[in-house]
Design a protein around this ligand. Sequence first.
Ligand code: FES
Length: 668
Amino acid sequence: MIVISFSTINFRVIANIVVRTVTSAKKAEVVFQPYGKRIRIALGKTLMDAAKVLGIDLVSICGSRGTCGKCKVKIESRIDAVGELTPSELKHLSKDEINESYRLACQTPILGKVIVSVPERSRVGKQRLQTEGLEVPVIPNPMVKKHFVKLHKATLKDPRSDESRLLEALKTQHKLDKLELSYEAALQIPFVLRESDWKCTTVVWNEEKIIAVEPDDTTARCYGFAVDIGTTKLAGFLIDLNTGKVLTVSARMNPQIPYGEDVMSRITYAMGGSNQLQELQKAVVSGINEMIRECCEKGGVKPDEIYETVFVGNTCMHHLFLKIWPKHVALSPYPPVITRGINVQASKIHGLDLNPNGNVYVAPTIGGFVGADSVADIMVARMLESNEIIFDIDIGTNTEIAIGNKNGVLICSCASGPAFEGMHITHGMRASTGAIERISIDPETLEVSYRTIDDVKPIGICGSGLIDALAALLKAGIINTRGRFVKEMVNTTDRLRLRTHGLEFIVAPKEETNTGNDITITENDIEELQKAKAAMHAGASILMKKMKVAENDVARVVIAGAFGNYVDPESARTIGMYHEFSLEKVKFIGNSAGAGARMMLVSKSAREYSQKIVKKVRYYELANDPDFAMEYAKSMYLPYKDLDKFPITKELLQRLGRSLLGECETDN
Ligand code: FES
């Protein structure tokens, strides 16, 4: 019998529990328009919480901390059914927006029944997801193989165990003599053997362990699944392991996005406790499961028939998928918990929808935030087999840059931030329907032309459009090499105008847009983009210096990643995202992380090779480099402070009659 002493009870704790129980028992209905989705949710939860449960993807850069101001929604009815405006809302909402009942979803607690509408700009939207990557042919030799065997029935004269007769059959019929029967397969074997007249298919992992037993001959059906876990996007590939062929492909947004757009926001969220870490794992697993189900349905395969999987991702994605405490990856000196490739039984990744006896291989990472996606990039670009020097850049929220050849590769990760994903940009957005993806400005007439994704009226500008815009504004002389608007141009074009926050350039006037507002670029936006490109350029400069490599020594410039594929290489070079390489050297390899994951799934040797890459590639921590800050400051210029390092762009700007700011000149 348990005796509780009243003196040990903290009455305040009891009171809190009672209050929480009463509050959480009360729920209210929230309706999201234009989706028509509704939910009854506990009072006190935020509109963002409700949206997450309903699967409505609201833009969230800051992981619901109220600092990005991107999750704006409009209260359509019962403004009194939500909490008071918070200080962060007063900071991020304009007076007009407050008058029109706009709120930040992550800051707004629900107090009663409420109808909310989600404006276009706050929706994540249908993202352009690229799954193709350069295929490198590999000979199929997967970790999992199936073997059909016929056994002798147990008799009074031969009462050996099921296990002994199965191992003997595999030895005599397939020359496999070092196998061990797993506990999970032992649970299946008595039923399978007797149901299928002592004929069965064994699922053997790495020629060492029988992980499952299936009735009859199922050797023709042996499947694997490869996944690229990107910070923003997921891509999944269903593969026939007998042939190495891709059967079906699926892609979607990473469901962790509402918890934060970048790796640091997600780690901060995870650090809230084990429940929050679990929430992030659950979110990514749910997205992976959706891809598995979609691919299986299209390919006529059951998820239960998948016995082998490979996952690649940066160090943060790696840790969150495995539910490994990620805190220290975010703090100097940034040590990951593990970097080697790891095999985990599928049933241990909570909720993962494939055969529970299957194997999950999470590919090795390199160091810092440089993960298995970079290992895959290096594998696909064949950097360690090349005689010539390759410059490999995988542009993303974290941009990885690798330089080298078979004699050695140095790699770093630059915190380039989400500006090229359209974040922290007034009218920035992801590459989805209605995003302006191409912009040009006639340097003579200053006429603006643009193109949107899916050819609809524009609602914002995505990364490739922003890079074009910067290059076009520079060539047109509307901004100078410091990224500042040239004030005198106000007299030359109506598109440049003065607002309370400073000058801004109208890319698309409101009559042409789908939002009813002008789509503009401000000086702050330009500065955000300069910071992102400066991080990349400075990272590359430091690596090139360390490797004693000059522009002309680089034989190939490999641009990896989904975003890179849509960037105009000339615009990127004009603004100095990378060094002034000849454009003929530039090659796009698309989603090489996905291609590398497929190679590691189909071929044991590719998987072994990935371990070799990790050993041979050296990671360089930019944060420790004494020259980084100076290089970064010079890289903030468009394209670079010392224009002699960009002779092609310098000549072009001179030809167009643009004034070039030297070291001592100012633009004031
Ligand atoms: S302010 Fe709400 S998600 Fe950032």
